[in-house]
Design a protein around this ligand. Structure first.
Ligand code: ASP
Length: 332
């Protein structure tokens, strides 16, 4: 066993979420525990790594915003510059997929950065927080996880930030990567990375809170009024969460094309897996029609991840060509 001084140095940042929640029976749980409280529940991990806890916030994850994650990214970069071999972030699972991808876009580190949380709060039998935190620390301490970009570790699985999504309201197996599956897993005391992404997520400089990017879901029968309502004021950009491989009702084509003439409009799919098409369907409102009218395919990114990428690009002052190129790269 490595001596204490040889063990990897891991910094754990706590943001709140179910993993940190407690409360009297019957009145609901709220964030209470900080990073050191969480670490006190897994003393065995001291044999794996030298772990330091830093409490960032005690919030439900729906309260997090772009600026919070940008500040966290700075703290993570500072921890690594100060000698950390890996970093773990604990937060609520409701927006974990967004935080993980934003960190992936903002950070350019070889050191593992792992986001985790819990589906069952600490007052519940079988609470999964300690197991998830222990697995996340093992991944953050593992040389095999270097160079992967930011990952999420939940339920002993390792997921790439670009693909991970919460797909269930309460199961401990709520997280998945619909398109590619997990990159690896934790078993006994081992971290197994079975797949490595073909390319890293591009890094985008943070230039302050980005302008507003709207996400518009397509619904059965179409809702052209929603599009008119949302674009009454000028918008910096929009992500259309289209049906299937990237399709909208024909009545929405013209207004979307008009918007795309003045602001980037990204075409994503609501299916939760696969990538957007670009040369299959020729009907009005099909992907060939929409891409021909200036919409930009989201490729492998779902609508929520596409909104984050477009927001950061606009915030960094990217041109239309740079935005198209970034989405093409995100799907390559
Ligand atoms: N239900 C949430 C969680 O799993 C609460 C939150 O996202 O903060 O942590």
């Amino acid at each position: 066993m490595p001596s204490a001084a040889q063990r990897p140095r891991i910094t754990v940042f706590s943001l709140g979420g179910t993993i940190s929640m407690e409360g009297p029976a019957g009145s609901g749980v709220v964030p209470k525990l900080d990073a050191n409280d969480l670490l006190a529940g897994i003393p065995q991990l001291a044999a794996v790594a030298q772990v330091t806890g830093e409490s960032v916030s005690k919030a439900a994850s729906v309260e997090l915003g772009f600026a919070d994650v940008a500040t966290l990214a700075e703290r993570i970069a500072a921890a690594v510059a100060g000698g950390a071999d890996g970093v773990v972030v604990t937060q609520g699972t409701d927006t974990l997929e967004e935080t993980a991808y934003l960190l992936d876009l903002l950070l350019d580190l070889d050191e593992p950065v792992v986001v985790t949380g819990a589906m069952r709060d600490p007052t519940k039998p079988g609470a999964d927080g300690p197991a998830n935190l222990a697995a996340a620390i093992r991944v953050a301490a593992s040389p095999a996880a270097r160079g992967l970009g930011v990952v999420a570790v939940m339920n002993d699985e390792v997921h790439a930030a670009r693909f991970v999504a919460k797909r269930h309201t309460h199961k401990t197996s709520a997280f998945g990567s619909g398109t590619i599956g997990p990159l690896g897993w934790v078993i006994e005391d081992r971290v197994r990375i079975a797949l490595r992404p073909a390319q890293r997520t591009p890094t985008i400089a943070w230039k302050g809170p980005p302008p507003r990017v709207i996400l518009l879901p397509m619904v059965f029968g179409g809702d052209a009024q929603a599009l008119r309502d949302l674009t009454r004021e000028p918008v910096a950009g929009m992500v259309v969460e289209a049906v299937g491989g990237g399709h909208v009702p024909s009545a929405m084509v013209e207004p979307l094309a008009q918007l795309a003439a003045t602001a980037p409009v990204v075409l994503a799919s609501r299916t939760g897996g696969g990538e957007t098409l670009d040369k299959t369907y020729g009907y009005a409102g099909g992907e060939i029609d929409l891409l021909g009218r200036g919409l930009i395919g989201a490729g492998l990114l779902d609508a929520r991840k596409a909104r984050l990428l477009l927001s950061l690009l606009l915030g960094a002052g990217a041109t239309r060509e740079e935005i198209s190129a970034a989405f093409a790269r995100a799907s390559a």
